[in-house]
Design a protein around this ligand. Structure first.
Ligand code: ZN
Length: 174
């Protein structure tokens, strides 16, 4: 997990907003692959500011302490609260390899992050994980959590869902 106040400049010139979203979503997929290479679950999230700087990257943090609350989006939201100004959070986008669960959507809401883009839907993730003891996936669309709040959180997804799903093939079969 990294927080860089200066912001690492990523490619900032995109033909349109869809291309920008695809670029940063694939960035989150790459971090998710890194998470799995590090012995963790294949999930990741990144926070990108309005100018296209990657402010925070987080891999899933289940291991080494078996912390079932260390979902990547929750880690990003917590780090954003302690290191990123509220006005920047409000115009930032969190890109997540999979749809935020109820806990993570709550954390994103409390962090005041203005927009979420996700790859794999929670419903489809649940088809992969089943009732796996390390990841008994919830079944509550993040839009429902955000809709219950008092400030707007924009949501886009699922996007690039087959690429996002590929991260989970064979992972939860044991
Ligand atoms: Zn979560």
């Amino acid at each position: 997990m990294t927080a860089d106040g200066e912001g690492r400049s990523d490619e900032t010139h995109f033909a349109d907003a869809d291309q920008r979203d695809a670029h940063f979503l694939r960035h989150s997929f790459a971090v998710a692959r890194r998470s799995m290479a590090h012995g963790n679950h294949p999930f990741a999230a990144i926070l990108v500011d309005a100018e296209g700087h990657v402010l925070i990257e987080a891999e899933n943090g289940y291991m080494p302490d078996r912390d079932a609350t260390a979902h990547a989006e929750r880690l990003v939201a917590t780090l954003a609260c302690t290191s990123i100004a509220p006005a920047v959070r409000a115009t930032a986008t969190l890109y997540s390899s999979a749809e935020p669960c109820a806990m993570c959507a709550g954390a994103i809401y409390w962090a005041g992050i203005g927009r979420v883009v996700y790859g794999l839907s929670e419903r489809r993730l649940r088809d992969f994980t089943g009732n796996h003891p390390e990841n008994p996936t919830l079944d509550l669309p993040c839009r429902e959590v955000f809709a219950s709040g008092q400030r707007a959180t924009e949501v886009s997804g699922p996007l690039l869902e087959d690429e996002a799903a590929a991260l989970h093939v064979g992972v939860w079969d044991k």
